[in-house]
Design a protein. Structure first.
Lengths: 274, 279
């Protein structure tokens, strides 16, 4: 099933003001309903190698697998949709690739990447994330963060050591507790959500949410919803106007139409004709 | 003042003070630092010094330039960095009281389970945000600099006293100023003068709208919409949707953002309006 009619995708990535090169990596495939964003880390160019491996492995492998295994299929092993298993497998594969590259080549030692990925299928979205790259959702007036960072800061907030207000001033923003490619295995966090027509999903690296407040992000999406590409550029520009200390990447996905899998006999027949 | 100590096999050969904006290093005699050795390229590297900060750049040399054992293309020199060109070593010494934290201290790092954040990392963090003396750029001043913003977009580096032609990326002075911005999470629109839009024709003629928000949309949704963005550099108008583009002072715009000047006339969806500064 081709989702390019139902999903509108815009993206923008920028090295920011301070850094000389971009260690973020993004990929989007509207037809298959897949978006991937990775924020690499590690010395001398290794960060962009790690994030590049993550986005490439996940998109190319999923593009191939989704041909034979529709994401909405029921997975008898887990009792959930196949999307979750597919994403989990490809993340594991990307993790192994990065980990092995880091082990075998000294200049890549210690490289890793955060990841946030969304796979849209059957009026649902499966979200996987590792580290502090985020997914937000704008539904009507409501703009909210969907993923929860795997970071020291988030753990401190959860354990009540500091309040979210104090967190804005914390110096520990840069410490993530999970990352892709650091160890032989990784545990991604996966969740499935229902989507509604009109929803806008925002995937971003910490270069955006560290520099631009959630309110400003939500307001920008609401104001510029009519022009998604402009909205993504505006968000990057706001991050840069506020200092642009890190690479900034944004992917926006608007649910433009219904993309439920045809289920009735007639609908299936029409779907087959298409 | 920063200096370089040139040595080979542990033997100090020379001490060079970085006084010039550009200090070139190479085998040929016209270089500021000449190293007559075949492993060194004719024009091997250059050090650009801006105020207290020095940047080393390899000029595509044959054998490359190492800093602390790592090959580099461009590098922001830190105190005690060792630059290697072939067998020669150049130690960069720049001792300053309350030196800023290394530029990359805030890079994302992984914290393995059971591992506490490195105490030194935490310390540098606190030091950087705390009472930083800010030798050349009082951060609090930077965002409120009296930019004549809209009429003449000012580059961020100007209010900080850096030369306008300075390379855009990363003099530390900039990142220092930014740190203060980010901690307050403030949108630095406070720097921009308040402006307003007055409708000149149509049913709403005479109506005035203050541009207080970072983004203000104008026009009719579904027909033609433009947005005015309020940025540190001033106000900009950008086309959002609709078949026709907004017209400013009789000229149609393209998809790019267009800076607005005092008393510009904007035409949108058949309505004329005037942009002007209030103060």
């Amino acid at each position: 099933m081709n989702l390019s009619q139902a999903l509108e995708i815009a993206s923008c990535t920028d090295p920011g003001i301070v850094r000389s090169h971009n260690e973020d990596s993004i990929a989007a495939d509207a037809a298959r309903g897949l978006v991937v964003l990775a924020d690499g880390m590690g010395g001398y160019n290794a960060g962009e190698v790690a994030s590049g491996i993550a986005t490439t492995v996940i998109t190319t492998e999923l593009q191939r697998l989704l041909e034979e295994n529709p994401a909405h299929d029921h997975d008898p092993a887990t009792g959930r949709s196949r999307a979750e298993a597919l994403l989990r497998e490809q993340i594991a594969k990307a993790n192994t690739s990065i980990f092995q590259a880091a082990q075998s080549q000294p200049q890549y030692a210690g490289m890793g990447t955060t990841l946030v990925s969304a796979l849209f299928h059957d009026n649902k979205v499966t979200v996987a994330h590792i580290g502090d790259s985020r997914l937000y959702r704008l539904r009507g007036e409501d703009f909210a963060q969907v993923t929860r960072d795997h970071s020291l800061l988030q753990e401190q907030i959860d354990s009540g050591m500091i309040t979210p207000e104090q967190a804005k001033f914390s110096q520990n923003k840069n410490l993530v507790t999970r990352a892709l490619g650091i160890d032989a295995t990784v545990e991604p966090e996966l969740h499935e959500y229902e989507t509604q027509v009109g929803d806008i999903y925002l995937l971003c690296s910490d270069g955006l949410n560290d520099m631009v407040s959630d309110e400003d992000m939500g307001m920008t999406l609401q104001t510029l919803a009519a022009n998604l590409q402009l909205a993504s550029q505006q968000l990057v520009q706001m991050a840069n106007d506020n200092g642009g200390r890190d690479n900034v990447s944004v992917i926006l996905v608007r649910i433009a139409g219904d993309y439920a899998v045809p289920r009735g006999l007639l609908a299936r027949f029409l779907g087959w004709l298409r | 003042m920063a200096k370089l100590i040139l040595s080979m096999d542990g033997l100090v050969l020379k001490e060079i003070t970085l006084t010039k904006e550009r200090t070139t290093i190479g085998r040929k005699p016209h270089n500021d630092i000449q190293i007559d050795n075949l492993a060194v390229s004719g024009e091997h590297a250059v050090i650009v010094t801006i105020l207290n900060d020095s940047f080393l750049e390899d000029l595509g040399s044959t054998n490359g330039t190492l800093v602390n054992g790592q090959p580099i293309k461009k590098h922001f020199l830190q105190n005690n960095d060792v630059v290697e060109l072939g067998k020669y070593k150049l130690k960069y010494v720049n001792e300053q009281p309350a030196r800023a934290a290394p530029a990359d201290f805030e890079k994302t790092m992984v914290l393995r389970p059971g591992q506490l954040p490195r105490p030194d990392a935490a310390k540098t963090g606190v030091g950087a945000s705390g009472g930083h003396p800010a030798p050349m750029a009082p951060p609090a001043v930077a965002p409120t600099a009296p930019s004549a913003a809209a009429s003449q977009p000012v580059s961020l580096s100007q209010p900080l006293g850096a030369p306008a032609a300075a390379p855009a990326p990363l003099p530390v002075s900039e990142s220092q100023a930014m740190r203060s911005v980010s901690t307050s999470q403030a949108v630095p629109t406070g720097a921009t003068r308040l402006a307003s839009v007055q409708v000149l024709s149509g049913a709403n003629a005479g109506k005035e709208m203050d541009l207080t928000k970072p983004l203000t949309t104008l026009g009719k949704p579904g027909v033609q919409v433009a947005v005015i963005t309020k940025r540190p550099q001033g106000y900009f108008i950008t086309h959002v949707e609709g078949a026709s583009f907004p017209v400013v002072n009789g000229k149609a715009l393209d998809a790019q953002a267009h800076p607005l000047n005092d008393h510009d006339i904007v035409e949108l969806a058949g309505v004329k309006m005037e942009f002007f500064f209030k103060s």
